[in-house]
Design a protein. Structure first.
Length: 180
């Protein structure tokens, strides 16, 4: 039997992080947008915690530049995981959540990642669309959930990013399920 897994990253991530940090014996506080404050200077314990968390795809980021990029990515991930994405301008949403000027954030993000925030958002929306297609959501529902103006707009971005239409992607997934 093959089952699909559905999870809420906003619930799963903090639970895994908390569980693993408690196991490490570190004193900590989990803040907003994936921030973790460690109350120790013990480099060895921190290194052990980093190694343990990497097994779950969680990486502790040290440099201030990497931290700001990661905060922006976390705000985008939180936004995309909402049941319904905000209808306000995404730039306003990100600036408000970060408490910073969007023009600065956009320029900084592009300099550090060599892609724009807008392109990164499209990539993340397409990844979310893939997850939803695997879970048998309709293109109309996905388009609505990800705040696309139309199914055609979603389909166009999906094809541009993956080389496949959403329909072909869904057929490939169905074939893989049937052969498993």
């Amino acid at each position: 039997m093959v089952l699909n897994v559905k999870f809420d990253v906003n619930v799963a991530f903090p639970a895994i992080l908390k569980d693993q940090l408690e196991r490490s014996g570190l004193d900590f506080r989990i803040g907003d947008f994936g921030e973790v404050e460690l109350f120790t200077e013990d480099r060895e314990k921190i290194a052990e915690a980093k190694e343990m968390l990497q097994k779950f795809g969680i990486h502790l980021v040290d440099s201030p530049k990497e931290q700001l990029v990661q905060k922006i990515k976390n705000v985008i991930a939180e936004m995309i995981e909402m049941d319904q994405m905000p209808v306000s301008k995404i730039s306003c949403y990100i600036a408000e959540k970060m408490g910073m000027n969007y023009s600065y954030l956009s320029t900084f993000f592009s300099e550090q990642t060599h892609t724009s925030i807008e392109n990164y958002i499209i990539l993340q929306k397409v990844e979310k669309a893939k997850q939803l297609l695997v879970q048998d959501y309709s293109l109309t529902d996905i388009s609505y959930m990800l705040n696309y103006s139309s199914v055609a707009h979603l389909s166009g971005q999906f094809k541009k990013m993956t080389g496949l239409t959403p329909t072909v992607f869904k057929k490939i997934i169905a074939i893989k399920r049937d052969s498993a």
